[in-house]
Structures are given as structure tokens and as C-alpha cells.
Design a protein around this ligand. Sequence first.
Ligand code: SF4
Length: 340
Amino acid sequence: MNPFSVQHIKHTQDITGLSTEDGAKYIAGGTNLIDLMKLQVETPSQLINLSQWEDEQSITEESDHFRIGAMVTNTTLANYAYQKPSLSLLSQALLSGATVQLRNRATTGGNLLQRTRCYYFYDTTKACNKRQPGSGCAALTSMNRIHAILGTSEDCIATHPSDMAVAMMALNARVVLNGHSDGIREIPLRDFYCEPGSTPHVENVLKDDEVISAVIIPKQCNGTQYYRKVRDRSSYAFALVSVAAGLVLKNDTIEKLTLAFGGVGTKPWYPASAIKLLVGTEFSDEVLDLAIDAELADAKVYGSNNFKPDLLRNTFKSVLNSLYEHQRENEDYEGALHEN
Ligand code: SF4
């Protein structure tokens, strides 16, 4: 392992006055970066430790939003979201994401910035444009069962691994970024991640001098919510496909739909085409097929992941039908209460 120095951040003003080396990396829970350092995928000369950043360790509730500090652990956030019906998706996603030991260490900011689990990214003997720009992509012609079908390029087909980010995407989250040059700025999570294109090593719009300081989730009625994750084994594993959804119906018309997909995109996937087609439409099996057809129009498969379009279609329809039935049952129950 290469030698490195460590600098500790306790307060937000410490970040403003920070002098960073070229090879510096921020570290919070360390649940991903330490693995990458052991494998020599990352060899930072300086670590800036954010785990004791006192100003960003809590969750606050305002009249129209929740503000989650970047150093809030996944355990704290899952427990908090579990008690808030409008954040139900988030709790379900976090609880499906990792063991309790990992959730106790992993932070909100770190979870959003975790790296892909592409096998070849972690194997320094293999070609990988994300790890070493210009070296090629071993996944394109090798085992690519876990890889993406949406937002891919000829240079990279890796998926983003976070469950939490998929739920936050569905819940219209915004990220708060804090840096020397631009001060504090807030952007929608949907605009935070980059598709790989010809620069797969550039994964998001974070500037060199910026860190994530918080996530804002607006308070809104998202109806009943489900996060369903399909994986290769029943214990913890990364998603082959996941669907985060919340549905509000008026009679049989879809009045509001919150939706995001995991395991299929090179970034947590916001299915704009499917949502556009569904909102304002009468709920039916046929319209669900049309919506997923629209979303999959540009999908590409690479051999071992040829099953993913069908798996996404089936998971999406199953989740939406479950939400629909749940709402109908609630309406029947409330109707019966009125009659009595
Ligand atoms: Fe590297 Fe991306 Fe190819 Fe995986 S898919 S080997 S991360 S370039």
C-alpha cells in the first residue's frame, strides 16, 4: 500500500480553508474506498476524513422538506425513514442494500458516491476505461451479467450500485454541494450523475473542490410506495434489477407516479419516457407494457445480461400492479367503513 497522509474535518469551515493535494480523496465510512485501496484501484496520497464532520450528522424536518446531513449513517436514515410514510421507499431501499454492520458505517454522502461493482474495475490486470482511461473495457465481450442496458456507451457499461440513490431519485431528491469556488449549490439528483460516454471515469458533476454536504427530499404525497429488488441470492447482493415506485390514483387514472430503476442503468435510472406515458392515463396492463416499451427503446444488451429487459419489464409490472391492488383494497376498506 502507498503511504498517505490523513487530514480530519470537524466543521464546515474546515472544508473552505482546506488545501488538498492532487491525489487527495475524501473518506467518510470507508466501506468502499478502503476496499479499493487494498486492491490498488485507488492509491490516494492524502485522505480527508469527513466522518467526524459534526455539522452534517443529523436529519432535520422543515415544513416542506427533509434535510439529511451527508454524514448521517445508512442505519440512522433507514430508521428515520421507516417512521415517515412519505419516505417509505427510502427505508425499504436502505434495508435491502447492505448488512447492518455496513449500514452502521456507510454514510448518506458516501453511498451516493460509491463506485461500480463491475468485476473488471476491481481487477487491475484487466482493461477498464473507468479505472484507466483509454485502456479498453473488458466487460463488453466478457461476463457482463450484472452490467447495464440503459445509458451505456462503447467505452463502459457498468451499473451504479446504490439502492439508496434509486429511492432518492424517485423521491425527487436534490443534493447540496459545498466547494471553494462555487460556494454552496443545490442540484437535482437527476442531474448529478453522468452517463459514461467517452469519459467513464467522470461519474458525476462534483468539482474537485466540492463535497456533498446534504440531501434534500421534498415533502410530497407519493401514495403507497414499494422498493423491489431482484438479486442473484436472497441474502445481501447488488441488484440485477430494482424498481422504486409510488402511485397515486384518482378513480382508475394515474394522477401521480414516482419511479426510478436500479441495476439497469449506468446511473440510477429516471425513466422519463415511461412516466410521461403513464401520468394522466387510465391504469391497465396494456399501458404498463407501452410505458416499459418506451423506456426500453434505446436499451442494449451485451450477452450475459440479455435477460435484463424482460426482468425489468416483469418487475416493473409486478410492482405497479401491487401498488394498484393496494390502493383498490384501501378504497374498498374505506368505502365499507362509510357504509357502516
Ligand atoms: Fe471498466 Fe466500465 Fe468496462 Fe467495467 S464496464 S470494465 S467499469 S469500463
